[in-house]
Design a protein around this ligand. Structure first.
Ligand SMILES: [Zn+2]
Length: 147
């Protein structure tokens, strides 16, 4: 049985500008309209944007947000800890008192923002579920029963 692949540009999903999508996602807003909220809890993604109807449940961020959050927080906390150790040689309890709460705080603040930015990336580049089927407009799925 022959296998056919879609090679025409007409079948390729639409690609959106990356910068605004990343910024809107980082601000916890819908990457499409920038107004609706992405999450309905701390990290629970809304099924649809409450403003424009973009189907947000198509996102597949999976383990990427914690990975990038650890990467960012580690690159802030570890150099700071090493520089402080080299410059002032503080006692261990002071290092723990400074860097553990800072690492926790940065993680709590950054994790949903990184996840939002990754959802924006996926939407802007028509990745995963946002790509849709050939011939379908990327990321413009409306909720069932929407006008
Ligand atoms: Zn929206």
């Amino acid at each position: 049985m022959p296998v056919t692949y879609a090679t025409s540009s007409a079948a390729a999903p639409a690609v959106q500008p990356l910068g605004p999508a990343l910024r809107r996602g980082f601000a916890l807003r819908c990457p499409c309209c920038g107004k609706g909220r992405i999450f309905r809890g701390y990290l629970k993604v809304r099924p649809f944007c409450e403003t424009c109807g973009l189907e947000l449940q198509l996102q597949r961020a999976d383990d990427a947000p914690p990975y990038f959050t650890i990467l960012i927080v580690g690159h802030i906390v570890i150099p700071g800890m090493l520089i402080l150790q080299q410059q002032a040689d503080p006692p261990a309890w002071l290092q723990y008192a400074i860097w553990l709460p800072l690492a926790l705080l940065l993680t709590v603040i950054l994790l949903p923002r990184v996840k939002g930015a990754l959802i924006g990336l996926q939407w802007a580049r028509a990745m995963h579920g946002f790509g849709g089927e050939p011939g379908e407009t990327a990321g413009q799925g409306l909720p069932p029963g929407a006008p």
